[in-house]
Write a protein that binds this ligand. Structure first.
Ligand code: FES
Length: 87
């Protein structure tokens, strides 16, 4: 599991291995736009303020992945133990 801090909402969530970041955010009652929930469409793209991202989507190119400032929260996860999102 890892922690996700929602900077604008002032919330910190724990994302367990069997759930997505999106599911954790939705369970906390924070509204996010989603569509495919498979890392294909780009609808759930979320700005990342800090933390290392484990990119698992098919939307971002190599340069965008390397920049590490945005992620598809329906499929991508944290490489470390904490991410801070602009939510
Ligand atoms: Fe489509 Fe996340 S909802 S990429």
């Amino acid at each position: 599991s890892f922690e996700v801090e929602l900077a604008r909402s002032g919330r910190t969530l724990v994302v367990s291995e069997d759930m997505s970041v999106l599911e954790a955010v939705e369970a906390a009652g924070v509204p996010v736009m989603t569509s495919c929930e498979e890392g294909i469409c780009g609808t759930c793209e979320t700005k990342v303020l800090s933390g290392e991202i484990d990119h698992r989507d098919s939307v971002l190119d190599d340069q965008e992945r390397a920049a590490g400032d945005t992620m598809m929260i329906c499929v991508s996860r944290a490489k470390g133990d904490r991410l801070v999102l602009d939510l």
